[in-house]
Design a protein around this ligand. Sequence first.
Ligand SMILES: Cc1cc2nc3c(=O)[nH]c(=O)nc-3n(C[C@H](O)[C@H](O)[C@H](O)COP(=O)(O)O)c2cc1C
Length: 305
Amino acid sequence: MKEILIIYYSQTGQLTDILKNIASTICDEKVNVSYHEIVPKKKFPFPWQQEEFYGAFPETFLQISAPLEDFPSEILQKKYDLVILGYTTWYLTPSIPINSFLKSAEAKTLLAKTPILTVSASRNMWIMAQEKMKKLLVANNANLVGNIALVDKNINHISVITIVHWLMGGKKTKMLGIFPKPGVSDSEIEAASRFGAPIKEALLQNEYAHLQDNLLELGAVKVDPSLIATDIRGNMVFTKWANHLIKKEGDDRKKWLVFFKYYLLFAIWLIAPIVFIVFLLTYLPMYRKIQKDKAYYSSVALKQD
Ligand SMILES: Cc1cc2nc3c(=O)[nH]c(=O)nc-3n(C[C@H](O)[C@H](O)[C@H](O)COP(=O)(O)O)c2cc1C
């Protein structure tokens, strides 16, 4: 009997549905699938209020851990053949609950020398979060063997508008009845079951060398090259903001978080389109580098820096 553990954190249940659909085509009499939901001791709200949403930024981006509820001992005592780690991106970084887990002693116990498949469901800016994830997995001596990154496929700025409607309003519905539904589409969530077959094959043969290529053939990852530069630039600016905001306390922090909110709106609506135009203008001379980057960010390899 092969044992899979799915560890995840999902506020709205979108990622949970994706993980369950993937597992639905893996589990049978030869494969047992167990789930563990990460629960922070201090819950993050859903729907979000503005103050809490922006207030989560400094600790998320600086990857500061928050206390988590304990793992059941029966999970910690078992050795799993494969761990599927379901996470979402917050501020270009793995979310606080997932980051906290990856920095815990439990992660060392569960992940060391174990094949890991990451599954993310974000708006569309997940690339640098996955690079941070790769590093966290290396720190746990874990072996990343596959990655599935599902996103909202609508135009970038449309997805910015609709995600606010979803995360602040609490309902994954069509805003004003005319905007597309936010997040990963219902059909994509359902079709996530197709990823089960190559995962199961790799698990049963204990051979993961071709898993990511097989997942890529099924469309597990689509790197949008125009978002790579935005993500990298965003990380540079966020580093400055986060290091500044973390030093602020009380009303001073609240005041600076309001500035951060306006900066973020400015960056999304003005800087990101400029980065996009520069991307288009430099597309031909940069073509080879773009192809190289696409291949790298679709892979499970980690660049040495
Ligand atoms: C505080 C916060 C920050 C987020 N930042 C990003 C981001 O930087 N990039 C992105 O693609 N999605 C971002 N998202 C969207 C999430 O990745 C995710 O798709 C959404 O929260 C639904 O996840 P769930 O499964 O936990 O409900 C953010 C969400 C939250 C709550």
